[in-house]
Design a binder for this molecule. Structure first.
Ligand SMILES: Cc1ncc(COP(=O)(O)O)c(C=O)c1O
Length: 413
């Protein structure tokens, strides 16, 4: 069996879809709901991507410089991952078959989990079908009725959904406001278990959680601390394991979540920590117990991506250097990014807040006209009035790419 590992794009489908039949009465609310989204500037129009994504991407037939992907280290189109996927698929077949509890775990998944545990220097890891599933399943497996969760106001939707599913009492503290967090915990009264949960690098704001202080607060309140490193895995830390490592607080973070879909260039999510934690999750995390594992070839590609993080530290070093340079380029053109970016460690997600959704869409479209793919991020991904241009940097970007984008944005704002 052989698989294509060249970069020839697949042809787009030739037949156009049949005309839509009229909606049945029970679904008649859908059209007005979509029109409302349109009027508010909140309608999303899916784009068709052709070929691999990297420094450039072809969207709806237009070749653009790609500032809209979470492929931070440039591995998603890397032939080494494609080959690993092909080899893993050839060895173990493509489909996952059933939940790992039912049909067994593939060797590729076992290898991947060991690679993750080794990267994070923890006992064990559990691979989930996605990062979303990891968060949404882990929180209800750890806390329930009678328990307490403290969650940062800007946490990712999958954390929010996990909190809702858990039925635990929820305290949402203002973004990174530790004084408010402490007041809320002190005022909350007794709970059987307490969980503090935060993103490490916030996906839309580009801000970084004060992890060392959070671990100290968690210790004082005998709370579990769960940190989602979706955007930090592979990018931060000497070993590339994330911001927990970079902040030197690995011992104080009990539950480490990550995704394999961003810097690692593959797909899937994981939870890592003590062996008893992952063993418990393999019984209680419903998205692990009741969902088919992602394909062994995907696990093999993810394991290759993890290995590359160890083999190619220069990619993350250069990426963070480029990010700092790009922020400086924007600042010199009076374009402000996250308010505290100058005073703390900053990352590869550079948001430029523009306010209203229509404005974000208009500027994003103008940037596309000029040859740059910079997505407009609107509610509910960000709060009302906080629509932004989310610039994701990749290791592939050149200094000339960054300068020209900074110039284009400076001229448009
Ligand atoms: C902070 C955070 N956590 C989890 C996820 C979900 O990860 P995945 O895309 O692997 O489902 C995302 C996705 O964007 C994210 O930003």
């Amino acid at each position: 069996m052989s698989c294509r590992t060249d970069s020839t794009p697949l042809s787009p489908p030739s037949a156009s879809p049949p005309p839509a039949a009229p909606l049945p009465a029970a679904l008649s609310w859908l059209e007005p709901a979509l029109e409302h989204l349109e009027a508010e500037g909140l309608r999303r129009l899916p784009r068709v991507r052709r070929g691999r994504q990297g420094r450039e991407v072809e969207l709806n037939g237009q070749q653009l410089l790609n500032f809209g992907s979470n492929d931070y280290l440039g591995y998603s189109g890397d032939v080494r991952l494609t080959r690993a996927c092909s080899k893993g698929s050839c060895a173990e077949g493509f489909g996952g078959g059933a939940s790992p509890l039912v049909s067994g775990q593939s060797v590729a998944h076992q290898t991947l989990e060991r690679a993750i545990a080794s990267l994070l220097s923890v006992d064990a890891a559990l691979a989930f079908p996605s990062g979303y599933a990891a968060n949404a399943a882990t929180i209800p497996a750890l806390v329930g009725e009678g328990d307490l969760i403290a969650s940062d106001a800007r946490n990712h939707a999958s954390i929010i959904d996990g909190c809702r599913l858990s039925k635990a009492r929820l305290l949402v503290y203002p973004h990174r406001d530790l004084t408010a967090l402490e007041h809320a915990l002190a005022a909350a009264g007794p709970a059987k278990r307490t969980l503090i949960v935060t993103d490490s690098l916030f996906s839309m704001d580009g801000t970084i959680a004060p992890l060392a202080d959070l671990s100290e607060i968690a210790h004082r309140y005998a709370a579990m601390l769960m940190v989602d490193e979706a955007h930090a895995t592979g990018v931060f830390g000497d070993r590339g394991s994330g911001l927990v490592e970079a902040a030197g607080c690995s011992d104080g973070v009990h539950i480490r979540v990550g995704t394999l879909s961003k810097a690692i260039g593959a797909a899937g999510g994981f939870v890592a920590g003590r062996a008893s934690l992952t063993t418990w999750l393999s019984h209680a995390a419903r998205a692990w117990v009741f969902s088919t594992a992602h394909p062994p070839g995907v696990a093999a590609a993810a394991a290759r991506g993890i290995a590359l993080v160890g083999e190619e530290p220069f990619r993350r070093q250069q990426l963070l250097h480029k990010a700092a340079e790009f922020r400086a380029m924007l600042a010199s053109r009076s374009v402000s990014t996250t308010s505290d970016s100058a005073t703390e460690r900053s990352g590869q997600i550079v948001p430029v807040v523009v306010g209203e959704p229509h404005r974000a869409v208009t500027i994003s479209a103008a940037l596309a006209e000029a040859g740059y793919f910079v997505p407009a991020i609107r509610p509910p991904s960000v709060p009302e009035g906080g629509s932004l241009l989310r610039i994701s940097l990749s290791w592939h970007h050149t200094e000339a790419d960054l300068t020209s984008l900074a110039e284009a944005i400076g001229a448009m704002l």
